[in-house]
Design a protein around this ligand. Structure first.
Ligand SMILES: [Cu+2]
Length: 391
């Protein structure tokens, strides 16, 4: 009995200590491991240490100005798509012409993802990987946000807005009463597919077939490039619907966001299925496109990365709109987690998770779209579960 109560006391003490010592992640570059083995290859992911004091960044959107609209790529008309493609090409050409040590280059932006996303960085005694647990969503939203600011800056156009690749939308459940665009977006976007364009990259054969629907269940395949033709379109579309439906309707908010990741946690102890319920669909797109997109440390050097992740951001907002209790964690270890990014001046800035949760405060909204069959229950003849647009 005395032994039992002693054990109970130690367990209680341990639980108490873990609550007291709980703290948010604070990303810093010091102590970065210069060489890591990740996805079967060796990578060098350490960003240079900041030369100036790190500035704290807070969203600075002037709410008297109109919100920018991130459009669905398939909903741009021919002329809009041509203008957008030209702007992107100009922006990426300008970025490619910057000196190598300018922190705004695609390569330097990718190093941030490489460092924070491969367990290169320290985390108060553990190792950091922002893909583990609940950090993934806010980290990537900030990453896309600063990329957009960098593009605006080189284009000298503060209204420039990234558009999203609406890969979850099969267009199969279009509602004729809806005014929203209901075109399918689940093919590789043409804007990025022109081999003569700076937006082009060497990618999987799949990305060059304009009629092929994406496969959101590619986690089943060990090496996606070595596989032959994908499954029949019917099977792929039905599976995509289920993957999206399940990902957007998990049992709890924690399953949607992913497991808590706090200061001192070690990314090596996290499982892939602890990174949020949308991870299978998100990762499948990286595998389906392949090329640079497949490799986490360099995935963002493919311009289509940003259109892909703009859709992940949009789906996060969509999930919130699907029910009153769908809210972010209130835990201060989530809200006060601090990351480092490069801003449009090439300076290092620190940001907090709490400042990225409301995209309108960041100055943009996403175009509403219709037609994705996952917005109905998996049996598409049943009642619609998510009215995307007012009817
Ligand atoms: Cu990532």
């Amino acid at each position: 009995m005395a032994q039992c109560s002693g054990l109970l006391l130690s367990l209680l003490l341990l639980a108490l200590l873990s609550v007291i010592s709980s703290a948010p992640v604070k990303v810093r570059f010091e102590g970065c491991r210069p060489e890591v083995s990740y996805m079967g290859r060796t990578w060098h992911c350490c960003p240079p240490l900041p030369k100036k004091p790190i500035r704290e960044f807070k969203p600075d959107f002037d709410s008297s100005k109109p919100l920018r609209v991130r459009r669905a790529l398939q909903c741009l008309d021919e002329e809009e798509a041509a203008v957008y493609k030209e702007k992107l090409e100009k922006a990426y050409t300008l970025l490619a012409a910057l000196p190598k040590d300018d922190l705004r280059t695609m390569e330097n932006q990718a190093i941030l993802h490489c460092a924070a996303g491969t367990s290169s960085l320290q985390n108060a005694g553990g190792l950091l990987n922002i893909h583990a647990g609940w950090l993934s969503k806010p980290w990537h939203r900030w990453f896309v946000y600063f990329h957009e600011r960098i593009l605006q800056s080189v284009l000298r156009d503060p209204t420039f807005t990234l558009h999203y690749w609406n890969w979850d939308n099969d267009g199969a459940a279009a509602d004729v009463r809806s005014k929203a665009c209901s075109k399918a977006g689940n093919k590789f976007p043409a804007v990025y597919a022109d081999p003569s364009s700076p937006l082009y990259r060497s990618r999987s054969w799949r990305a060059s077939v304009s009629s092929l629907p994406v496969d959101l269940n590619l986690m089943r395949v060990k090496n996606p490039t070595a596989e032959g033709p994908q499954l029949s379109d019917d099977v792929v579309l039905a599976t995509n619907c289920k993957v999206m439906h399940d990902g957007m309707n998990p049992a709890t908010n924690e399953v949607f966001y992913g497991k808590p990741f706090r200061a001192g946690d070690n990314s090596m102890t996290f499982r892939g299925d602890e990174s949020g319920s949308m991870e299978p669909a998100h990762a499948s797109i990286h595998r389906w496109v392949h090329g640079d997109m497949f490799w986490v440390p360099i995935s963002s050097t493919d311009p289509v990365f940003w259109a892909h992740h703009a859709n992940v951001e949009r789906l996060w907002n969509s999930w919130e709109q699907m029910g009153p209790n769908r809210v972010p964690p209130e835990d201060s270890d989530f809200l006060d987690a601090e990351f480092l990014f490069y801003d449009e001046n090439g300076d290092v800035v620190s940001v907090k998770v709490r400042d990225v949760l409301d995209t309108q405060a960041l100055g943009y909204v996403d175009e509403e779209v219709e037609g994705a069959s996952w917005t109905y229950s998996v049996d598409t003849s049943a009642q619609k579960i998510f009215p995307v647009t007012a009817q």
